[in-house]
Write a protein that binds this ligand. Structure first.
Ligand code: PLP
Length: 349
C-alpha cells in the first residue's frame, strides 16, 4: 500500500516536537533538561520526571502478550485518543469521509464531528450485522476510514468474520478499523493475526475492560509500522502518564487476574441472562460476546428512570437506532446483579 496517498500531506511531512526525553534516554544523570522540580513531588511517590514518551517497556510486554512486534503498537490515552488521531491523520474537513455502522460506539461519530469530517452512516442489519452491499455502495474515492466494532457496542454481538474479510478484500483505498475493545470476552480470535496480510487494517484494543484499568486510560492501536510511526509523530509528547505506565507494567504481569475476571464475568452473564429470560417484562436479550448485554424491556425508559432512583445505573439505549426500548447492562458482581434483578422485579410489580 502506498501509505503516502492516504495520509494528509501536512501530517506526512510533519516535523514532530522533539521532547527533552526524546533527546536523552536513560535514568542515570543530572537532569537539567526538562524544567522539572528537582526536589520531588507534592505526593508521597515521586512523579517529578516526565515519563517515557514512547512507553517502550510497556510495548515490550505487550508485544509478547499480543505476539506482534513493538513497531506495530501505538499506545494512546485510551483507545479514544487513537480514534481521534486516526481521523486527524487521514481526513481533511470538507474533503474526506468516514463510514460508520450504527448502532455502534459513539466516539467514531463524535471524533468525526469534532474534526468536521463527513460521516456516512450505513446501519447494521436487523440482526446487528454489517450490511455489506450498502457499505460497498457507500465507499467512494474520498472514503478514508471504515469503522467496524466487534464485539459491537452497544449490541454486544460479534460481527461475522467473513464479512470483515469481504470488506478487507474489497476496500483498499483507505483504512479498515476493527475495534476489539471487548475481544477478551469473546471466543473470536483477534484480527491482529491478519495485520501482515492487510496493510490497511488497524486494530484497536483497550485495557479499560478485561484488565480493569479504565481509570488509568490506556488503549492500543495495532497497525503497519509506517502508520504507527505517524501516530507517534502526531500524539501529544507525553500522552501516557508516568503513573499509568508504572501501574500498567505491574498489570501486564498479572494476567491471572484478567483471566479470572473474564471467566467470572462470563459466569455472571449467563446467570443474569437465565434470570432475565424468565421475566415477562423482558422482550428480548441479544446475544453477547462482551461484558454487557443489550436487553429489550417493556417500558424501558420508565424502568431506566426507576433504576436510577434506586441508584442502579444502566445505560439507556432506547433512543438509539435499532435499539428501541433497549437498556445496556454491564455485568456486575453476583451481588450487584442480584440487586438489579430485585429492582427490575419491583418495578414491574
Ligand atoms: C467499542 C469501544 N471502543 C473504544 C472504547 C474506548 O475505550 P478506552 O477506555 O480505551 O478509551 C470503548 C469504551 O467503552 C468502547 O466501547
Amino acid at each position: 500500500m502506498d501509505f503516502k496517498q492516504y495520509i494528509l500531506p501536512h501530517i506526512w511531512n510533519l516535523k514532530p516536537y522533539s521532547s527533552a526525553r526524546d533527546e536523552f534516554k536513560g535514568n542515570e544523570g543530572i537532569f537539567l533538561d526538562a524544567n522539572e522540580n528537582p526536589f520531588g513531588s507534592a505526593t508521597k511517590e515521586h512523579w517529578n520526571r516526565y515519563p517515557d514518551p514512547l512507553q517502550l517497556e510497556i510495548k515490550k510486554e505487550l508485544s509478547v502478550l499480543k505476539n506482534i512486534s513493538d513497531e506495530n503498537i501505538f499506545i494512546g490515552n485510551g483507545s479514544d485518543e487513537a480514534i481521534d488521531l486516526l481521523i486527524r491523520m487521514t481526513c481533511k474537513s470538507g474533503e474526506h469521509n468516514i463510514i460508520i455502522c450504527p448502532p455502534t460506539y459513539g466516539m467514531y461519530e463524535v471524533s468525526g464531528n469534532i474534526n468536521a469530517i463527513d460521516i456516512k452512516y450505513v446501519p447494521l442489519t436487523l440482526n446487528y450485522q454489517l450490511n455489506i452491499p450498502e457499505i460497498i455502495k457507500a465507499i467512494d474515492s474520498k472514503t478514508r476510514m471504515l469503522f467496524i466494532c466487534s464485539p459491537n457496542n452497544p449490541t454486544g454481538n460479534k460481527i461475522n468474520r467473513k464479512d470483515i474479510y469481504t470488506l478487507l478484500n474489497t476496500y483498499q483505498s483507505g483504512f479498515v478499523i476493527v475495534d476489539e475493545a471487548y475481544i477478551d470476552f469473546s471466543d473470536e480470535p483477534s484480527f491482529i493475526e491478519e495485520l501482515s496480510s492487510y496493510p490497511n487494517l488497524i486494530i484497536l484494543q483497550t485495557l479499560s475492560k478485561a484488565f480493569g484499568l479504565a481509570s488509568l486510560r490506556l488503549g492500543m492501536a495495532f497497525a503497519h509500522k509506517t502508520l504507527i510511526s505517524i501516530l507517534n509523530k502526531i500524539k501529544p509528547p507525553y500522552n501516557i502518564s508516568g503513573a499509568t505506565q508504572e501501574q500498567v507494567k505491574l498489570a501486564l504481569k498479572n494476567i491471572d487476574f484478567v483471566n479470572k475476571s473474564i471467566s467470572e464475568i462470563k459466569i455472571q452473564k449467563n446467570k443474569l441472562i437465565s434470570v432475565l429470560e424468565e421475566l415477562n417484562s423482558v422482550e428480548q436479550i441479544f446475544p453477547s460476546d462482551a461484558n454487557f448485554i443489550l436487553v429489550k424491556f417493556k417500558k424501558a425508559q420508565e424502568l431506566f428512570n426507576y433504576l436510577i432512583s434506586q441508584k442502579i445505573i444502566a445505560r439507556n439505549r432506547s433512543n438509539v437506532a435499532l435499539c428501541d426500548n433497549c437498556i445496556r447492562i454491564t455485568i456486575g458482581t453476583a451481588e450487584e446483579n442480584k440487586a438489579l434483578i430485585h429492582q427490575i422485579i419491583s418495578f414491574y410489580q
